[in-house]
Write a protein that binds this ligand. Structure first.
Ligand code: SF4
Length: 363
C-alpha cells in the first residue's frame, strides 16, 4: 500500500516508490519531531506544557479553528470525533488523518501542517483527496469537507477547504488509482524536481539527481545563462538537501557503531551540551529580581525586558483570542497599538527568489 502523504510525489515522480524502498528510514528532523509533538497535543496524547509558547499558539489556533468549522458545518449538534485513526482506501492507499468529525451523511477531515513550507491548498491536495475518500468509505458518508490547517502560513493560506460530493469523490478515486498504478510499474520513470525531491529518501542514490550533480560540477559559474538560471537553482537546491541527508546517514552510522563498540575511523562523537531555556518569563523575572536587590525596580525591569524577545505572531493570536477577532483584524490592532506606543520597528525587507511554475523551470 502507498501512503497518502506521498501521493503527490508519486504523481510527479512515479519511479520514487521503488527507489525509496531501497533506502533506510532517516530519523525525524528537529522540525518533524516538533510537528509530531504538536499533533500529539492536539490528539490528546501529550501535554500542552511540553510546547514552546509559539507551538502552543499554533496548537490553540488549530483547536479554535476546528471548533469554528464544526459549528459552521453541524450547528448545535456535536459530531463524533476521531483523531489519527489508521485507514485505507480499498487496500491501495493508507494513511491516518489528523482529525475527523462525522454526523449523519457529512464529515470533516483535517490535516494539520506545522512546518513553514506552505503546502498545496485543499482543492488540489492529493493527501486531502485520499483522506476524504477514506473517510467516505469508512464512515459511509456522502459529503466530506476536506481541509488543511497551517498555523504558520500567511493569513491567506492558513486554512483551505474543499467540499467533496459523490461525483467528485468517484473522480478522485479513479485519478488516485492511476497515480498508484503508474508508480507500481517496473519501468516507472524518475522525474526530479524541487517539490518531489524535497522529502524523498532516495536522493542519495537517485541516478536522475546524480546526473544533475555531474552537470553542475562541470558548470562554469561565471557563465550561467539567465535562461537556465531557474533550472540550475532547482538542481542546486535538491543537491544541497542530498548532501545534508548523506551527512545524516553517516551520523547515524557512527552513532550506531559507537553504541555497539565498533571502530569509527576518522570520527569521534562529542557529547552534546543541553541548552538552557526559560519556561516562564514571569517566574524568571521574579527569581532574578531577588538576585539583584541593589538595582532599582525600573532599571531591573528595563534590563530584563531587553533580554526578552517577543513573538509578534503570538501577540496577534493573543489579542485575537482575548478580543474574539479574526487573525487579520487582531494583526491590525496590534500593529496600531505598538506603533502608538513607539515600540514597533520594521526590518529591511529582503527580496527572496520565488520560482514560477516548477514544470517550466525544471523542464
Ligand atoms: S530523488 Fe527525486 S527524482 Fe529521485 S526518486 Fe526521489 S523524487 Fe524521484
Amino acid at each position: 500500500m502507498i501512503r497518502a502523504s506521498s501521493l503527490y510525489r508519486y504523481r510527479l515522480c512515479p519511479g520514487s516508490l521503488a527507489l525509496e524502498a531501497k533506502c533506510p528510514e532517516l530519523p525525524p528532523s528537529e522540525d518533524a519531531s516538533a510537528g509530531a509533538l504538536q499533533h500529539a497535543v492536539l490528539s490528546g496524547t501529550a501535554d500542552m506544557k511540553l510546547l514552546t509558547s509559539e507551538q502552543r499558539a499554533a496548537v490553540q489556533w488549530c483547536h479554535a479553528d476546528t471548533e469554528l468549522l464544526i459549528e459552521r458545518t453541524f450547528g448545535e449538534v456535536r459530531p463524533k470525533i476521531f483523531c489519527e485513526i489508521e485507514m485505507d482506501l480499498d487496500g491501495f492507499i493508507s494513511g491516518h488523518p489528523d482529525f475527523i468529525a462525522v454526523h449523519k451523511d457529512t464529515a470533516i477531515v483535517l490535516d494539520r501542517k506545522f512546518g513553514r513550507n506552505e503546502v498545496d491548498p485543499a482543492e488540489i491536495n492529493d493527501q486531502i483527496r485520499a483522506y476524504s475518500l477514506m473517510t467516505q468509505e469508512t464512515f459511509g458518508v456522502e459529503y466530506v469537507l476536506g481541509g488543511i490547517q497551517q498555523p504558520h502560513a500567511s493569513l491567506d493560506s492558513r486554512r483551505s477547504l474543499t467540499m467533496y460530493g459523490p461525483k467528485e469523490l468517484s473522480e478522485a478515486k479513479i485519478d488516485l488509482k492511476t497515480v498508484h498504478n503508474e508508480a507500481q510499474k517496473p519501468d516507472a520513470p524518475l522525474n526530479p524536481g524541487k517539490e518531489q525531491c524535497r522529502y524523498c529518501r532516495a536522493k542519495a542514490i537517485c541516478p536522475a539527481v546524480s546526473k544533475w550533480e555531474s552537470s553542475i560540477v562541470k558548470l562554469d559559474l561565471s557563465l550561467i545563462p539567465m535562461e537556465h538560471a531557474a533550472e540550475l537553482y532547482v538542481q542546486a537546491d535538491v543537491l544541497g538537501k542530498r548532501s545534508a541527508e548523506v551527512k545524516q546517514i553517516i551520523y547515524n552510522m557512527v552513532q550506531n557503531a559507537q553504541a555497539e563498540n565498533r571502530p569509527t575511523p576518522g570520527f569521534e562523537l562529542k557529547p552534546g551540551i543541553p541548552k538552557r531555556q526559560v519556561e516562564s518569563a514571569q517566574a524568571a523575572f521574579d527569581a532574578l529580581r531577588s538576585l539583584c536587590p541593589d538595582l532599582k525596580d525600573e532599571v531591573f525591569a528595563r534590563l530584563f525586558t531587553e533580554c526578552c524577545s517577543v513573538g509578534i505572531g503570538a501577540l496577534d493570536s493573543l489579542v485575537a483570542r482575548a478580543k474574539n477577532l479574526s487573525e487579520g483584524n487582531a494583526k491590525k490592532l496590534v500593529t496600531g497599538a505598538l506603533k502608538e506606543a513607539g515600540c514597533l520597528s520594521y526590518t529591511k525587507p529582503q527580496a527572496s527568489l520565488k520560482l514560477v511554475k516548477e514544470e517550466k523551470a525544471a523542464a
